[in-house]
Design a protein around this ligand. Structure first.
Ligand code: S6P
Ligand code: ZN
Length: 193
């Protein structure tokens, strides 16, 4: 009798195309537009205006078929487009893992930041191709595009981790990444200038 509640997948060969941002074979593809970013950007007037002006795609997440189930190890490629909303750089919604599990990100193309927050301390890692960002258990995480090209990274995480988006809406992320003359500037979460 199997020791597993559900049987693991068979071994799988997955091809990562960093240029296209795809994993083959493919799993689900998520597209996050401005209208999906409720409560994320500090400047709500700019956020509403962006929705009215075409509701642009902020980021996509392409996954392999490995499911988000206990004991599995899913992977995904996130592509964050360049841009800002009221000066705040395009970013992911950000989440906490309800089952406190670690995760790794590997930069594939473009330049970005990995912002983490444990409820008291925030930590920023500059991301670029070849850089691994390690997210320890208990740290909420959000990714930001700080460049002029799409920023793309691979994520690998335990399938049991889950995604708690409300945690970020309740607790914030400690800091915000704003566009600045020489790239980006990190400001306290409650401020947008
Ligand atoms: C999953 C991992 C990533 C994010 C993706 C989008 O644990 O951290 O695949 O899901 O970068 O971010 P978010 O905050 O919208 O899920
Ligand atoms: Zn995560």
């Amino acid at each position: 009798m199997s020791a597993f509640a559900s049987l693991p997948l068979d071994p799988l060969r997955i091809v990562l195309d960093a240029g296209a941002g795809t994993l083959t074979p493919e799993g689900p593809l998520l597209t996050r537009r401005m209208s999906d970013m409720t409560g994320a950007f500090a400047d709500t007037a700019a956020w509403r205006q962006a929705q009215a002006a075409g509701d642009p795609v902020v980021y996509t997440v392409a996954s392999s078929p490995v499911p988000e189930e206990n004991r599995e190890l899913p992977q995904s490629i996130t592509t964050i487009y360049p841009g800002d909303c009221g000066g705040e750089l395009y970013m992911t919604k950000g989440h906490q893992h309800p089952d406190a599990q670690g995760e790794i990100y590997l930069g594939l193309s473009g330049v970005g930041g990995l912002l983490m927050f444990d409820g008291e301390r925030s930590h920023w890692i500059d991301m670029a191709p070849g850089v691994i960002g390690y997210i320890p258990p208990g740290w909420a995480h959000r990714s930001v595009n700080v460049g002029a090209e799409p920023y793309r990274f691979l994520a690998v995480y335990p399938g049991c981790a889950g995604h708690d988006y409300d945690w970020v809406l309740r607790n914030g992320m400690g800091r915000r990444a704003m566009r600045a003359a020489d790239g980006y500037e990190l400001v306290p979460f409650g401020s947008s200038s």
